[in-house]
Design a protein around this ligand. Structure first.
Ligand SMILES: *[C@@H]1O[C@H](CO)[C@@H](O)[C@H](O)[C@H]1NC(C)=O
Ligand SMILES: *[C@@H]1O[C@H](CO)[C@@H](O)[C@H](O)[C@H]1NC(C)=O
Ligand SMILES: *[C@@H]1O[C@H](CO)[C@@H](O)[C@H](O)[C@H]1NC(C)=O
Length: 380
């Protein structure tokens, strides 16, 4: 855990974390590794780290365990594991770039990641966005069925099917239409968020990506503008998230605004990917927090801004502790993460936050089922 200065307790609005990592090398086992290398260079020089170069990331089983994070001491200003930031990833698919251009607003894009099993929550999220006058967003779909559903619903220009090669392994799990990432939390599945963010961090024509889970409900117009302002106040701010607790300790990854093409954000993401691949049992949030733990805390500088819990409360703080209401504050976004399934829907309904036209969505689902069936018949 990071040491948290006392005066943080009083700051309602922002906590600052992290120091720009200026280190250009990490010493480990007397091997000096310069991070700004392509993966190819890395392998040529450090091939002995891997028994098999088919994967960029060492896995837990069959790893040489030179990279085991268990018994390594923290490298000051650095990572437990040598992190190299790829200069480039494979080029972004042109149709995805087109959708980014169409939905770009003020140099940023608002995205979410969802699967077919989350469609009701997704459409509710979209309806709430519209009420907040936020009509540009992109849904990154983990499966074809949701992608089709969005097309049938008239959101073709806002729907992207995550390409196969953005996933690391386990395609079947990621493509499953049964998994509801909100209700049956599968750590492995949460890794998709890191990978999508990492891909987008390499897009040059946008300034920032705003990732919002579908259980983060936006209640205020101009929320994105508010966050972008925070991002631009200091040139070195690269990452904005909410906090999972009141003690400024834990970053919640359900809301992330990230500056693109920025070295340190890329570094944190790459480190998160590596940690997730080393320890597949960790959720994306746990891995990101581990990656952030390795950065030095500075109060007045640093790459991260933590949003305040009054304006960006989670479910417990908003619904049970009345944290915002007792101060007369109307939040920008509430993260409904304390209930799942029907209980969450009920809570949303009781509070007037459920805007879904269920019959309409169900009728679209029937159409999608029809299309899928006909496709299967045609291909068999
Ligand atoms: C290397 O990767 C290939 C392809 O994934 C696999 O078939 C092979 O068993 C791996 N070898 C080792 C030593 O892990
Ligand atoms: C870490 O240390 C423990 C206790 O000394 C040991 O049992 C374990 O094997 C070590 N793990 C690795 C990966 O070296
Ligand atoms: C929250 O606190 C405010 C101010 O004290 C009060 O008016 C409101 O009724 C409370 N809401 C709930 C749900 O308790």
């Amino acid at each position: 855990m990071l040491p948290i200065p006392n005066y943080f307790k009083y700051g309602l609005s922002v906590g600052f974390m992290g120091l720009i990592i200026l280190i250009s090398y990490v010493e480990l086992n007397k091997n000096t590794i310069t991070p700004k290398k392509t993966s190819a260079d890395y392998f040529v020089e450090d091939q002995h780290f891997f028994s098999n170069s088919s994967s960029v990331y060492p896995t837990v089983d069959g790893c040489n365990c030179l990279f085991s994070t268990e018994n390594l001491t923290l490298v000051p200003h650095g990572e437990n594991v040598p992190v190299f930031i790829p200069e480039d990833l494979s080029p972004m698919e042109p149709d995805i770039l087109d959708k980014i251009v169409v939905n770009r607003r003020d140099d940023g894009i608002l995205i979410t990641i969802a699967g077919y099993a989350m469609r009701n929550e997704l459409y509710n999220w979209i309806e709430l966005l519209k009420e907040a006058r936020e009509d540009s967003f992109i849904v990154f779909c983990t499966d074809t069925k949701l992608y089709l559903h969005l097309i049938v619903a008239g959101y073709e220009d806002k729907a992207v099917l995550i390409p196969d090669d953005w996933f690391i392994g386990d395609l079947e799990l990621f493509r499953s239409t049964e998994n509801n990432m909100l209700d049956n939390y599968l750590p492995r599945l949460s890794h998709i968020k890191t990978w999508v963010l990492q891909r987008l961090s390499y897009v040059k024509d946008i300034n920032n990506v705003f990732l919002l889970d579908v259980n983060q409900i936006m209640l205020h117009a101009r929320t994105r503008e508010y966050l972008q302002t925070l991002l631009h106040i200091r040139w070195d701010t690269q990452l904005i998230t909410t906090q999972d607790s009141l003690d400024q300790h834990v970053f919640n990854t359900g809301l992330i605004m990230m500056r693109t093409d920025a070295g340190d954000a890329k570094r944190v993401l790459e480190n998160t990917v590596q940690i997730q691949e080393l320890k597949p049992g960790l959720t994306q949030q746990e891995a990101l927090n581990k990656a952030m733990d390795q950065m030095e805390l500075h109060v007045k500088t640093g790459m991260t801004v933590l949003l305040d819990v009054m304006h960006f409360p989670n479910g417990i703080n908003y619904f049970e502790n009345n944290l915002s209401g007792s101060k007369g504050i109307e939040p920008y976004i509430i993260h409904i993460n304390h209930k799942v399934g029907e209980e969450r829907r009920e809570l949303l309904k009781q509070n007037g936050f459920w805007k879904l036209d269920q019959e309409y969505i169900d009728s679209l689902s029937e159409q999608v089922e029809d299309i899928m069936k006909r496709r299967e018949e045609a291909s068999s």
